[in-house]
Design a protein around this ligand. Sequence first.
Ligand SMILES: *[C@@H]1O[C@H](CO)[C@@H](O)[C@H](O)[C@H]1NC(C)=O
Ligand SMILES: *[C@@H]1O[C@H](CO)[C@@H](O)[C@H](O)[C@H]1NC(C)=O
Ligand SMILES: *[C@@H]1O[C@H](CO)[C@@H](O)[C@H](O)[C@H]1NC(C)=O
Ligand SMILES: *[C@@H]1O[C@H](CO)[C@@H](O)[C@H](O)[C@H]1NC(C)=O
Ligand SMILES: *[C@@H]1O[C@H](CO)[C@@H](O)[C@H](O)[C@H]1NC(C)=O
Ligand SMILES: [Zn+2]
Length: 507
Amino acid sequence: MKTASILAAAAALSAPALGQYNTGHGKKLVTSKALQKLINLDDLLAGSQKLQDFADANGGNRAFGGAGHNATVDWLYKELKKTGYYNVEKQPFVELFSAATVGFTAAGESYAAAYMTYGPSGSVEQTPLVKVANIGCTAEDYPAEVKDKVALISRGECPFAQKATLAKAAGAVGAVIYNNIPGALAGTLGAVGNYAPTVGVVQETGNALIAALEAGEVLVDLSVDTIEQNRTTYNVIAETKGGDHNNVLVLGGHSDSVFQGPGINDDGSGTIGVFAVAKALTKFNVKNAVRFAFWSAEEFGKLGSFHYLKTLNGSISGSAAEVSKIRAYLNFDMIASPNYVLGIYDGDGNAFNFSGPAGSETIERDFEEFYENKGLPHVPSLFSMRSDYAAFLENGIPSGGLFTGAEELKTEEEAQLFGGEAGVALDANYHQKGDDINNLAHDAYLLNTQSIANSVAKYAVDFKGIPRPNATLRKRSADSVRYLARFDHGSSHNHAAPCGNTQRVSV
Ligand SMILES: *[C@@H]1O[C@H](CO)[C@@H](O)[C@H](O)[C@H]1NC(C)=O
Ligand SMILES: *[C@@H]1O[C@H](CO)[C@@H](O)[C@H](O)[C@H]1NC(C)=O
Ligand SMILES: *[C@@H]1O[C@H](CO)[C@@H](O)[C@H](O)[C@H]1NC(C)=O
Ligand SMILES: *[C@@H]1O[C@H](CO)[C@@H](O)[C@H](O)[C@H]1NC(C)=O
Ligand SMILES: *[C@@H]1O[C@H](CO)[C@@H](O)[C@H](O)[C@H]1NC(C)=O
Ligand SMILES: [Zn+2]
């Protein structure tokens, strides 16, 4: 299927801006068609531009609890409140934020280097680099000459934190840890400690530095500019005033970005898609209550969504009363990836042998039908537990959602199905500065937001095919999700790694 025909299918449903609709009294019960009609690309892009502006005005990011993210949260809150249609809440919580700007040059050449989370600030210039012996897991590996110099250390065997601690103990003023396997090195020191300023580099950089050291002295500039703060941040939760509050559809995406960039696809696209549907829904009546959630601190380990479920009465350890009212959860984390696939979470487990709680198969099937009715392709997407649905799966709540892809490369088969470029990342700007207003596939953005509208309209009227789990059933499916989540699903499948910092490694 060519991209162009997807766009045509989506455009056929696009419509005048929201304001042109008569809001009158006596609202009608929502229908899929009517709700989808209110979704249009101009509104979506205007929303994305808002988020871009918030980032631009505040250091280029919307990382949780910073000014760019605060502006995002306040805007969502204000806009939803203004409709009068929702009860809107800002739910506060506090988490430790840690990020840094890093710079690394060796022998005059600049190399990409990654911050190791929880590492301290520090800056040295024209300082000799010294390779430590073996893999730097014992004090003996650090030669006396590393004092006041920058230690070059291989990844392997012991935690990064141990290497960064030993480097500091040996008097090193910085540590550069290079990967011992191909691929990026996104590392964490695990907790605050007594470390030398530490960065991670890829294996090729490590090899280049070793070769340069064999040829003679190598002088490096290394700077780590760390921010470490306990930050107060907010989930924004908006629930329809109308509808049955004992039978609630919850849907959401995360409102924060990574520190490295503005996060306009991840997850500005999910944020604005969900927000656009929330605005459109105000023109209708619902039978079941609908709760829109904008989670904070997803990029630090899905902190907002887990906090939310912990505080609801009845997470598994509690009375189950509040959790039991949630009949389904829909997650939208990246819905407009520039080289997209149309991914639907594998609720029935038939693609990845990892299913959601009973009812998740209906949610998956309902999404599939939306695309199939337009003659459009779709692919299953693994519940990798790397986005906010994880908290819902762990509470036994039937879940589903859409995902257009992150750093994984597009396969030939996917290129044939969806157009775009095989061998190129589904989102080449994933978690980077380039995830900006130009990093959106407009056709996928519109289509997937219409798809959100379709599911919201359906479940706002009827949870047909999605059983109401009793406490026993809910606990059983939560236990089985937790059990299965221990196994690594990531390596052998595509679409296994959306966002969330959980993939940061500590060894
Ligand atoms: C963001 O909001 C939090 C909570 O209200 C506040 O404590 C913090 O100072 C704000 N940060 C900035 C940079 O404005
Ligand atoms: C954050 O809060 C924790 C717990 O109160 C405290 O131990 C820690 O020192 C604080 N960290 C920073 C950077 O303020
Ligand atoms: C949870 O239960 C407690 C005690 O019954 C009650 O005070 C509180 O309001 C409940 N919270 C929610 C979110 O329902
Ligand atoms: C699917 O997962 C179950 C564990 O839930 C396992 O027992 C079974 O062998 C798996 N099947 C396949 C085909 O991998
Ligand atoms: C919960 O549902 C399951 C499956 O339908 C059933 O076997 C079980 O008896 C139910 N438990 C309670 C406490 O109603
Ligand atoms: Zn994300």
